[in-house]
Design a protein around this ligand. Sequence first.
Ligand code: PXP
Length: 260
Amino acid sequence: MTLGVNIDHIAVLREARKINDPDPLMALGICAQNGADQITIHLREDRRHIHDNDAKKIIASSPVPVNLECSINPDIIDIVCKLKPHRATLVPENRAEVTTEGGLDVIGKSDAISDAIERLHDAQIEVSLFIDPAINAVEQSHALDADMVELHTGHYANIYAMLYSSLPYSHHAIEELDLPRDELKSKLQEALDAIKTSASHARSIQLAVAAGHGLNYQNVKAMVDIDTITELNIGQSIVARSVFSGLASAVKEMKALCQR
Ligand code: PXP
């Protein structure tokens, strides 16, 4: 299983102050030296975290391949074709959302997705589609000539969090909030089954399979056990954990400077 580390959240922290610290560029070496097989970044239309210049520098200097997530907006696709990441992952984008809220509408938006894929392929960029785990979405991704699909694990992560953790991955789209525990357990099984059957169907038609969204230190194991999934893209939980695993040395270093 390969690991793509999504470093957008480092830029989120930087943007909270609108300064240049922390710089997501500084994360590349640390991630690669510690097992990241890929760096994932999202160039959003509103540039709320990663900016064009970050993407340019990250693609130029990353020691591991860069997976650039983006919308199908033709202006963004123009930029991505020039940036030439190893891979583009097409995701739905809604300006009001806090994070990506669902898979691409591969059926309703098929013409626009097909145009984007063709242009990215012409620029020699591999294309993955971020889709909900459903057989028809997998088949449509194949028909649209995608190289890969990334299965949205947010629904699984939300139900898992409601059952086993006090920390939901996201408060959006939680329809099951009031369900009793045994019903939640069968919903979790349904969510897992949807991911498993979508992944094995994708593999059977030669699509590579990644998964991501809301994965964390508690819920990742079930994904690792699905052998038709070969890549996970994880951001929030890794950056959140690094705040606490790095806090002790950061405080110690500052305290040493404060001592006369
Ligand atoms: N995969 C895709 C397509 C995403 O949009 C994101 C979030 O930017 C992730 C994976 C990582 O999700 P998380 O930050 O919840 O781990």
